[in-house]
Design a protein around this ligand. Structure first.
Ligand SMILES: C[S@@+](CC[C@H](N)C(=O)[O-])C[C@H]1O[C@@H](n2cnc3c(N)ncnc32)[C@H](O)[C@@H]1O
Length: 213
């Protein structure tokens, strides 16, 4: 039995298997079973978690129970998120599309052992948040991007000229190729990616970047 999945069911986050039907359908994303594979070993050592996207706090309460020694930071743009409270939960109003605001937040409250990005699901917000926050993840920490299925629907495009999945696939190629990949032009994040990350894991609707030790 997966403790993390059971906690997710208890707090009714859609990251659990609840409502998930075989194949691709159903409400549950079934992320937690996957996350437990790489979070369980360090569960008691993790001291700082950030989730982008608080809503009613279902996942923040899940993290608070699962990581007994961690402060759980949540950021959101909706003031209603401030109603989510807990002994080890801190909520701030920060817009994930605002790179400067994210940077300022991370300088004040980071670095983080785990970042979970479950905010607007808009392509350029997903990309900007990764670009800004990956360097604020601790060595051996994890950065998770959720709801990547939105890359297949124009309604989530925002101001992006490519989808989040297209960008992440370029990241994966970079990790796979190492210094053998010579691109004529790449952004600063991509240029520095292999210094920060030693692996990327992909599964249904989400991906995880693993920081180097
Ligand atoms: C899917 S819900 C989060 C669910 C929560 N993580 C859970 O599992 O219980 C997405 C949240 O992202 C917030 N959001 C939307 N746009 C945002 C932005 N630009 N920056 C930060 N948060 C945003 C919404 O207000 C909403 O509360």
């Amino acid at each position: 039995m997966s403790l993390l999945n059971e906690l997710g069911k208890k707090y009714r986050t859609d990251k659990s298997t609840d409502g998930k039907r075989p194949g691709d359908a159903g409400r549950g994303h079934d992320y937690l079973r996957m996350y437990e594979r790489f979070l369980e070993a360090d569960r008691h050592r993790i001291t700082s978690v950030l989730e982008i996207g608080v809503q009613r706090g279902a996942s923040l309460y899940t993290w608070q129970d699962y990581f007994p020694n961690a402060r759980i930071h949540g950021i959101d743009i909706a003031e209603s998120a401030l109603r989510v409270t807990g002994d080890r939960i801190t909520i701030r109003l920060v817009d994930q599309s605002d790179a400067a605001a994210l940077e300022q937040f991370a300088k004040e409250f980071g670095p983080f052992d785990v970042v979970i990005e479950d905010g607007s699901h808009i392509w350029d917000h997903q990309i900007t948040s990764l670009q800004v926050l990956l360097k604020h993840v601790k060595p051996s920490g994890k950065y998770i991007v959720e709801d990547l299925q939105t890359s297949y629907s124009e309604q989530w495009r925002g101001n992006a000229d490519q989808s989040a999945i297209q960008y992440l696939l370029q990241c994966v190629e970079k990790v796979l190729a190492g210094s053998h990949l010579k691109r004529a032009k790449e952004d600063r994040f991509m240029a520095e990616l292999n210094d920060l990350v030693d692996s990327v894991m992909a599964f249904r609707h989400a991906a995880v970047f693993f920081r180097r030790p």
